[in-house]
Design a protein around this ligand. Sequence first.
Ligand code: SAM
Length: 261
Amino acid sequence: MRIRPKKRLGQNFLIDKNIQRKIVESSGLSVSDVVLEIGAGRGEITSLLSRKAGFVYALEIDAALCEILEVNLAGLDNVEVLKGDVLKFDFKNLFAKINREVKVIGNIPYYITTPIIERLLEHREKISSVFIMVQKEFALRAVSGPGSKVFGSLSCFLQYYTAPKILFPISRSCFYPAPKVDSCFLQLSMRKEPAVKVNDEGLFLKIIRAGFNKRRKILRNSLKDIIPQRKLSEFFQKYGIDKNTRPERLGLSDFANLANL
Ligand code: SAM
């Protein structure tokens, strides 16, 4: 059955068979794994996943594609197609049914990358790893560290909860229709404990967001509305940090020290 890709649903189908195989191989699946695939599309990755994993839940928002999935995946007794929107999906209910950690895999629409990851992080205790296709620039931000031009609040947020790793790049020509951007396959391994210890997580994340909000400003100025100047001075002095430093010079542990202070 032929379908016309819907741009509004980010339908850029992965047509390169080698990359489809590489995605499944690099996810290191075994029969003991339960996989939740986000945006199953026409089910090409899904059927490869079903050969390696114990069970695959294939989530797809598009009713027409769900019908195609039912046809294409008929006969695979370890796959269940779930029709739904990943941003509204009842993960709690699904994860309660599965009595082990889940691997989440997906060639997802890029315009909802961050909200999807935020939702998955809310359920991180039920997820061991997330393997997703992302825009190359997103992947570079995910793995960047202090001093890098692209290091920012997203890098901190992801690295706090997960260990991000770029598995391989994917050229735009591997998709139909070809998107205007290049991609990377990214692994986010959930940390059992966050990367740094903070007493008040809300404050820690607020400081990071405010700190990077105006990245060309020095940190002292960006944070002046949420931290008293005398506390900031104490922080710079205690940790030997230049008081005119910019946010991208600080690492996660510096932001943790500041929040804890
Ligand atoms: N997995 C297929 C592949 O690799 O060829 C399709 C990938 S395509 C980039 C993204 C898929 O996600 C589409 O099938 C699209 O319909 C689906 N999708 C878009 N928004 C979604 C949402 N909010 N929830 C679930 N699936 C969604």
